[in-house]
Every structure is written in C-alpha cells, then in structure tokens.
Design a binder for this molecule. Structure first.
Ligand code: PRX
Length: 690
C-alpha cells in the first residue's frame, strides 16, 4: 500500500486555494520565473509603511567564490509585523474573532484570546518592555511554557523592534545561559513554573541558575519578567475566576474551569532578586494599552532561534522582517489550505521553528483561529489529542511523526472514540515519516479523507520548503513530494554535479526564497562555511534526498553528524563534549541508532579512564549529566563500554563502524584503514543486550 499514490479527496480539493496539480505547477513556475511579480502580489495584502524600491525585490549571492553570501528581499520596504498580524486584522473586522483557544495541561483549564484583546495585551506588554529599557535592536530572551503570554511577549518584541530569542523551556540552565550569553539578551521573560502532565517544572529556578551562569561569564541580564502561571492556576482552584489585572481572556473575560484535578503546587517556592525580578501582572497593571509600532526595514532582524550545530556550539539562526512575513503567511495559507471558519492546531512548542512560523506568525498573518495547547498527548489520558480535536472541531492538525508513532501504539480505538470528522488536513514535520505511521495517520485519524502534508523544513529555512499542497498534490507515503513556491531544490553528488531525474544525493537549494535565514547571529563566517562552502552557489541543507521516477522528493535524513531524536535536532558532538567532561571518561563517541518511536536515539561509546570502573553508577551519572547540561530530551538510550574506539591511523574515529555496532550489524565493510582492527570484535562482544 505504501507505494500507492493517494489523491486528494474531492471535497478537500474542491474548495482549495490550489485545487489541482496543474495549478500548483503554474503557480510554482510563476514563483520561480517572476519572483518579484509572484511575491509582490502576496505582499499587497500587508501594510507597508514605505514601499519596496523599484527593481529591488530580491538580490543575493550564494557563491562564496564571488564574495560574501547575502540575501535581501524587498529593499526599501518598511513595516511592522505585529501591526500586520493584529491591527490589520482588527481593522479588517476580525477584532472579535478568536486568535487562540488556550487549552491547559488539565482539561478543565482553558481560555481564549480574540484578535482585539491580543492587540491590547501586546501593546501593554510592549510598553512594559520599554519601561525596562528595551529598544529597537535589543535582544529579549524568552523561556516560557505554552501559555498565552508567550505569543504576547513575542509580538510585543516585534512591536518595538526588539529581536526575540526564544529558548525551548525543556532546555537546561546551561543551554539557556549559553543562548543568553551569545545573543547578549537584555531581558528574560519566563513563568514561575508549569505542569507537564503530572510533572511540575520549576522554570524560574532554571532561569535563576542560567542568569547566574551568564553573570559569571560577564553578561548581566537587566530584568527578568515572570508570569505567575502556577499562582493563577491555584487561584482558579479556589476562586474560579480570572487573576486580577491580567486577564488574558477574550470576549468571555474569564478563565473558565478550575485546576482541581491537577497535582498541587502549593508548596512551590519562587526565589526573588529585588530590582531584577518583576511579576508580569504587576508590570501590566498601569500601562497604556496602546503602543505605536516601530517601523522596521525589510531586512531588520525579527528573531534569533538557536539550533544545534555539528561542532557542538549552537548556531543563532537569524530571520528578518519582510521576507519572513510573506513566506510564513503564504506557506501557512497554502500548505494547510486555511479558510475562514477553520480551527487549526499545531502541537509543536513555540520554542521550535515550527512553533514560531506555524503556531504564531503564519496563522496570525492569515487571521486564523488556532488552538494553543500547554500539555502532553498522554495526560490525563492517552486520547488527549483526539479529545482536543473533538472539543474545538479542529480542521487542520499538525504534529510530528514521533507523536503519531507513540499514539499509534495505543491502537485504533482511542481516535475512534472521538468525533474527528472535522479534520481536512493532517500535517507532519520534524523527520521523515515512515509509511506505517503515514498510513495509520491517513486511514485511522483521517478516515481516508484527509490530505497528509509531510512538510520538510528547517530552522534555517524559516518555513516549509518541500511539501504537498492538500488540494493539489497526489501523495506518496513518506515523500515530502515537491518544492513550495519560490524554492529550487537540486540533488548534487559528492563532486557537486547536479543529478537530474531519478537519483540520490545532497539536498541543496540554488536560490533564496523570502523566508530563509540571513546569517548566524554574530558569526557570518560560520554561516558561510556551514551552509555555502561545500557546494559553491548552493545552500546546503545537510540532508540527503532521493528523487524517484515520478519526480517525487524523499528526504532520507542527515548526512552530517546530526541526529533527530523525537523531532529534536542535536549534534553528536555536543553530547560527546558533555560526556567527556565526566572525570571517569577518557573518550566518548556518540552515534545515532534507529528507534521505533523516537525515530533516532543516542548510542554512546565510553572509554573510561584507567582504573575507573565502567558500571551502572557511571552509566546513570552520564545520563543525568546529559539531561542536566542539554535537556531531558537528549538523554542517551544506550551507554556502552568501549575500552578502545575504531580509529584510523591518523586518529579519526570511524563512526560508520560504530553505527553498525549500535544496530548489531556485523557487516561493517572495509576495516583495513583502522589502526587496530581487533577493537571492532571487542565492541561487538561488549554490546549490551537491548
Ligand atoms: O533532517 C531534517 C529534519 O529535521 C531537520 C531540521 O530540524 P530543525 O531545524 O530542528 O527543524 C525541525 C522542524 C522543521 C531537517 O534538516 N526534517 C524536518 N522535517 C522533515 C525532516 N526530515 C524529513 N522529512 C520532513 N518532513
């Protein structure tokens, strides 16, 4: 069944923004042949304070041998993103429309925010930021759970021209400190804590540690603004009404529901540093609910988002204003085929690029109504996602293959218990989706009537670059299919020769689209060497892909030392460097191993120091260390004893052999270049039973 072609359902296609493959091809050709005309037309729906200069819609250089790499879209144009997402929608008569339905960790906690109320809250918080000395060009770090104050904080930054730097609130204090330091963030915004399922996370404590570490490394964050989220929940527990002064609710003006069934957080303590720490609700009390937007040049920074780098040090991917806006808006509209009246839900955390572009910017640019969910798929029960789809009558649902696989484990009964008939489009992102998961998603969740959008993109690409369109593209399970508008993918062989027709190679792009990254913050050199030095004239994704006889693209995964654990991209180098810090470790080598639910997992080889025992205690300590230094999602699955590692005579570790050992495949290929071939057998013998 996996090699069958699945055509879009007639009902989905009939009403679609792009309703046939022929129409997709026409739009696509236009976007490649006349980008100025194509994107100029898109840009018309937005407000530009000053227009783009004649003939200056896009200029770029992708070829390092011809000078510095640069990408510029819409030179001369100025705008403000929050103005386009909020004021424009309110002016267009959507003020009372719900922007976000907020669904808390516990099903009894929910709330909503209209476009008008969102605008007001954003303006107020923008004024709070101004009162803390934040001005155009300053960087603001955000470490928050999935609560309404998160998009409010982001958009408040854009209101006044500050650059946001969101750090996923599952990262450790070390990772947060590193990102605060590199970006020189002036202010940090967080919450006291959050419930994830039955686990209580003390976010403020992590922030306190991170701020201390940043200070010890010479960077002092001036203010830390804290949302009293847990306090609010326990207030609703007793009073069943919204917090005073900081209602983030929409038209109904109250936080519905209670937190009565959540585990208790009464004994939760929040440390406080006077003159540095401020409660969000206190700061919001007396501020003006209007804030004039700061007009930003097209290429002014919008946000920095750190992503793992293969050398270990995270890369501060920088996105800018105009190009990102038009690309987020267009890809959201076409890839999810969003129409007024739809209710869209993307389960990604806003701390990742998927959340930036497809929870916040893309949906709001289209005046869409979305669900923002704080919790996990498994609390209070394993059918939570399906009950949310049912509750809000979700029409577009967007998640990761790892989630699909973990829900699939519980069988067909859970989705079948709920009314999922409103669904039209099912999105997938983060890693290749295996055909088994694709078919379950299609047949069971989508009842064979929904289009699956397997969207390939990266933090760096800003938005979808290879993806089907729901009403237009015949689907093949596991293929991300064809390029989105304005995107020119190529496959190259190791020598940089273009592979035409069927074949497999490095996935690259030959010209920019509006939403792609512009540089790595503070390190243009690294930007050029990471993405443009391998093949001159091309942006190199770091992924491999194949093209089949019908022209379909299949992304096969990373071709560098990166791996994807449950959709979290990380580098083996960053894990190795944490492991090597342990006093008992002489050397560590990390590879990825396929995992039935997570997609990939970490398999670590440890050479202990002489006299240091390799025992359970060491293994546990190493696992904890990785959790603490990077984040719980990075915990290794396997730690194997490796008295020696397979190295070439020049000392390079041959990871391809380690990958074979990790999966127990004795077919390791040529080992003649190894300094000591016997080590391979020894490592097979020491392989733990898994
Ligand atoms: O390897 C590809 C994989 O995720 C990487 C990008 O990770 P990140 O920047 O964290 O962004 C993740 C969310 C967009 C890519 O280099 N990837 C992402 N989506 C897909 C994918 N691999 C195959 N198919 C996809 N649909």
């Amino acid at each position: 069944m996996a090699d069958r072609i699945y055509h879009p359902n007639a009902a989905v296609a009939a009403n679609s923004h792009c309703s046939s493959f022929k129409q997709y091809q026409e739009f696509y050709e236009q976007s490649i042949e006349s980008p100025e005309k194509f994107w100029g037309q898109v840009a018309k729906q937005f407000h530009w304070e000053t227009p783009v200069k004649e003939g200056k819609f896009c200029s770029y250089n992708f070829d390092v041998s011809k000078g510095d790499v640069f990408i510029e879209w819409m030179e001369g144009a100025s705008t403000n993103i929050s103005f386009n997402l909020l004021d424009r929608n309110v002016k267009n008569g959507n003020g009372d429309k719900v922007a976000f339905y907020w669904e808390g960790n516990h099903p009894d906690d929910y709330s909503r925010l209209t476009y008008r109320k969102l605008l007001e809250e954003v303006c107020r918080f923008a004024n709070v930021l101004k009162s803390k000395g934040v001005a155009k060009g300053d960087c603001v770090a955000i470490y928050m759970p999935m609560i309404l104050e998160l998009p409010i904080a982001m958009l408040a930054c854009t209101r006044i021209g500050a650059t946001h730097n969101i750090v996923f609130a599952g990262y450790s204090s070390d990772s947060l400190a590193e990102r605060i330091l590199d970006s020189k963030s002036k202010v940090l915004i967080t919450a006291d804590g959050v419930w994830r399922g039955e686990k209580l996370l003390n976010l403020k404590r992590i922030c306190d540690d991170a701020l201390e570490k940043a200070k010890n490394n010479g960077h002092q964050v001036e203010s830390c603004i804290v949302v009293s989220h847990l306090q609010r929940l326990s207030n609703t527990m007793t009073k069943s009404e919204s917090r005073e002064g900081v209602s983030v609710n929409g038209t109904n003006g109250s936080t519905n529901g209670t937190q009565k069934n959540n585990p208790r957080s009464d004994d939760f303590e929040v440390a406080w540093i006077e003159d540095r720490d401020f409660w969000w609700h206190e700061e919001m009390e007396d501020v003006d609910s209007r804030c004039y937007p700061v007009w930003m040049a097209a290429e002014d920074p919008l946000f920095i988002l750190y992503t793992s780098g293969s050398t270990g040090k995270p890369k501060g991917v920088l996105h800018t204003t105009a190009g990102y806006l038009i690309y987020a808006a267009t890809s959201f509209k076409y890839v999810f085929d969003y129409h007024p009246g739809d209710v869209y839900w993307c389960t990604a955390d806003i701390g990742w690029i998927t959340g930036h572009t497809y929870v916040v910017y893309g949906p709001l640019a289209n005046g869409a109504t979305s669900v923002l969910f704080e919790g996990t798929p498994f609390y209070p029960d394993n059918d939570r996602y399906w009950s949310i789809v049912d509750k809000y009558k979700v029409t577009q649902f967007y998640t990761a293959p790892t989630v699909v696989r973990s829900l699939m484990k519980f069988g067909d009964d859970l989705p079948k218990r709920h009314d999922l008939t409103t669904l039209k489009v099912l999105g997938s992102v983060g890693e290749p989706i295996n055909s088994e998961a694709w078919l379950w998603y299609y047949n069971v969740v989508g009842r064979g009537k929904c289009s699956i959008a397997d969207t390939f993109f990266q933090t760096e690409t800003g938005g979808h670059v290879i993806t089907p369109l729901p009403g237009a593209t015949p689907m093949k399970p596991g293929s991300a299919t064809f390029p989105f508008f304005g995107v020119s993918p190529e496959l190259l062989d190791e020598d940089g020769t273009v592979i035409n027709g069927e074949g497999e190679g490095f996935l690259v792009f030959s010209k920019p689209w509006p939403g792609m990254m512009r540089t790595l913050f503070g390190n243009h050199e690294r930007f050029q060497s990471t993405y443009f030095s391998k093949f001159h004239g091309y942006y190199c994704t770091g992924d491999g892909a194949k093209r089949d006889a019908d022209g379909y693209l299949w992304v096969t995964g990373r071709v560098d030392d990166m791996l994807n654990v449950s959709g979290h991209l990380m580098s083996t180098a960053e894990v190795e460097s944490v492991l090597s810090e342990h006093e008992a470790v002489a050397e560590a080598a990390v590879v990825s191993r396929p995992h039935p639910v997570k997609g990939q997992c970490l398999y670590c080889f440890i050479t202990p120091n002489q006299d240091a025992p390799f025992d359970r205690k060491l293994q546990d300590e190493l696992k904890i260390k990785v959790r603490e230094r990077i984040g719980p999602f990075a915990q290794p699955d396997v730690i194997q004893h490796a008295p020696g590692l397979p190295k070439t005579r020049s000392g390079k570790i041959m990871r391809r052999i380690l990958r074979k050992i990790a999966v127990g495949d004795k077919n390791v290929g040529d080992t003649s270049t190894l300094a000591d071939e016997a080590v391979v057998d020894l490592l097979f013998q020491l392989r733990p039973q898994i």
